[in-house]
Write a protein that binds this ligand. Structure first.
Ligand code: F6R
Length: 610
């Protein structure tokens, strides 16, 4: 998804902007650009199709010296990826703008501005905003007032940063529906769509709120809210070390993040569990009152976070006996729903900025839910700020586009939440203690699975020349199979579908032959015998099986079945542990296929547009 960086300083800003763009590369993009105001008060701009490295080469050849600048990585929404469509966009040769988001009424505005004599050089919605601000600037002669007037005409989502050569000492920024953070320096200030972009220059951040417009100068940041009232936004310090965004000894961020799971799962448990119980107060001072009155849980999320929600449904209904519905945000937000009394609205999101999830939350707040709970990984994100209650996962920055440690920490947080809810719904203290003890074992069990990495790498060779694959699971392992299939398709580009194993004979069995590897997760639970019958159905059709099975489950390697034995785990915590071998499998297949593991094609890390 698009990324924005901006800086105003005593020093040249091009190095700061380029490094910021590099740190946003993980979000996915197709072109990059930068504009600065130079010492002669002229806008200098460079834009390149492709990677930030190409922009960096262009800037090496023709430096953009200046102390005020904006930069952008673009992920095409309106108009193909091209140099002409890349940001910054300009109106004339004095005003430059970068934009994240989508302007829904850009066609009408474009016609209006053409009639006013403005010429368009791109197919983007952003260029419309550039001309609209310039039109207002000509009327009012002040950049801040011009931006303020222009945004009243915009419908859609945006984070904007604007500079004008006639006002070379500041930039004007604003947000509505897309994130924007101000990085606070000493004698210099910065802005970005994600605080990670600015970690080399500051660790102090102010998160703009919806409707905020801010004037960013070297010595001063002034912010006004939607009503035009001057506001202060709290300065928070970045909690994780700046080096947490380096790959370290690992070849890819994804591998590093898979290996971080024992530590971050433990961090997500910390302060929330005793040896044998959940510390409910750690979920927030209002948690007890809220949980006492919850009669139904509605979970909303997208992608991997949705799979975490699907696992949680099994837990919530089994342990708390509370009905739970789970739906992807992009569907939920566009249909009519019947809201049961005392329903808790639970959003799950790594980034806290996913447009569909946020839109669903905003609707829910109008719709009579008991309260909104967020499970999120990014402090200060929109989701965190807009929810009534928050359980932060402690995964640290996740850079690989394919989510790994975010998922297992979401599951950890969801299980802790489930136990707290279950306690209000009659879960026996002995059962709570049994499960809490099992949670404490998870980091060690994940380590045991990581020790199988070499064997999983060996298995991955069987997938290299395949075009399709099936993933099977039963019960709470079905969403784990879905997550395994999502991982394989997004980074190796092999078509992968997940089915509840019991559905096999209702259709997908027709696909099974020697060209269709079938991956299965088989912990030792009540369903393992049924699962074994499903595996026989596959074998009988010549399908090749790859089974990750509990060593006590009685599934053995033989002709057509490759079994990878997983240490025994409690059946409730099994989804967390069984996710890890599937992550490793996808990773190694992708490496063998030579794909761009950390930034797979067409995907973005944070999906801040619909
Ligand atoms: C898949 C993946 C995506 C995200 C989805 C939701 O590996 O990362 O499916 O899970 O875009 O993102 P968040 O959790 O940030 O709301």
């Amino acid at each position: 998804m698009c990324g924005i960086v901006g800086a105003v300083s005593e020093r040249d800003v091009q190095g700061i902007l380029l490094e910021g763009l590099r740190r946003l590369e993980y979000r996915g993009y197709d072109s990059a650009g930068m504009a600065v105001i130079d010492g002669d008060h002229q806008v200098q701009r460079a834009r390149e199709l492709g990677k930030v490295a190409a922009l960096s080469d262009a800037i090496d050849a023709n430096p953009l010296d200046g102390q005020l600048g904006i930069a952008h990585t673009r992920w095409a929404t309106h108009g193909e990826p091209s140099q002409l469509n890349a940001h910054p966009h300009m109106s004339g040769d004095r005003l430059a703008i970068v934009h994240n988001g989508i302007i829904e009424n850009y066609q009408d505005l474009r016609e209006e501005l053409k009639a006013d004599g403005f010429t368009f050089t791109s197919q983007t919605d952003t260029e419309v905003v550039a001309h609209l601000i310039e039109k207002n600037y000509r009327a009012v002669g002040d950049l801040y007032d011009a931006v303020k007037a222009a945004i009243t005409r915009l419908r859609g989502a945006y984070a904007l940063a604007v500079i004008h050569a006639d006002e070379p000492d500041h930039m004007v920024v604003c947000r509505e529906g897309s994130p924007l953070v101000v990085g606070v320096g000493i004698g210099e200030n910065f802005i970005a769509s994600d605080q990670l972009a600015l970690l080399p220059v500051t660790d102090r951040f102010m998160f703009l709120e919806e409707g905020d417009i801010a004037d960013i100068r070297k010595e001063k940041v002034s912010i006004h809210d939607r009503e035009g009232t001057p506001v202060e936004r709290k300065i928070t310090r970045f909690e994780h070390g700046a080096d947490s965004v380096d790959k370290g000894e690992y070849r890819h961020f994804m591998l590093k993040e898979i290996y971080e799971q024992p530590r971050v799962v433990k961090a997500t448990m910390e302060g929330r569990l005793t040896d044998s119980s959940v510390l409910e107060q750690a979920l927030g001072t209002d948690a007890a009152d809220l949980l006492e009155n919850v009669r139904h849980v509605q979970i909303i999320a997208c992608g991997t976070s949705y799979h975490a929600g699907m696992v949680a449904r099994y837990w919530i209904e089994e342990l708390a006996g509370v009905p739970c519905s789970v739906e992807v945000a992009s569907e939920y937000r566009y249909r009519k729903h019947v809201i049961q009394p005392d329903t808790l609205f639970l959003c799950i999101s790594q980034s806290g900025e996913t447009a569909d999830t946020l839109a669903a939350l905003r609707q829910a707040k109008e719709a009579g839910f008991r309260a909104a709970l967020a499970i999120c990984n990014v402090p200060g994100s929109s989701l965190v700020r807009e929810s009534d209650l928050v359980i932060m996962t402690q995964a640290g920055p996740e850079i690989g586009v394919a989510s790994t440690k975010a998922f297992t920490t979401q599951l950890t947080a969801l299980l802790i939440f489930t136990l707290a809810l279950a306690r209000h719904n009659g879960l026996a203290p002995e059962k709570e203690a049994e499960i809490v003890k099992a949670i404490h074992l998870v980091p060690g069990q994940v380590n045991d699975v990581l020790a199988l990495d070499g064997e999983i790498e060996e298995l991955s060779k069987a997938f290299m020349d395949k075009n399709h694959s099936l993933f099977l699971g039963r019960g709470s392992q079905f969403p784990v199979a879905m997550e395994g299939a999502l991982k394989l398709k997004e980074i190796s580009y092999i078509h992968a579908e997940a089915y509840p194993a019991g559905e096999l004979k209702h259709g997908p069995l027709a696909l099974v032959d020697s060209e269709m590897p079938v991956v299965t997760v088989a912990p030792n639970n009540d369903l393992v015998e049924k699962l074994k019958s499903n595996l026989e159905e596959v074998r009988a059709r010549g399908g090749e099986l790859f089974v990750f099975a509990d060593k006590e489950a009685g599934v053995k390697s033989e002709e057509g079945i490759h079994v990878m034995q997983i240490p025994s785990v409690h059946e409730i915590t099994a989804p967390i542990v069984y996710t890890v071998p599937l992550q490793l499998l996808s990773y190694h297949v992708a490496v063998l296929k030579g794909t761009d593991v950390d930034q797979p094609r067409n995907l973005a890390k944070s999906v801040t547009v619909e």
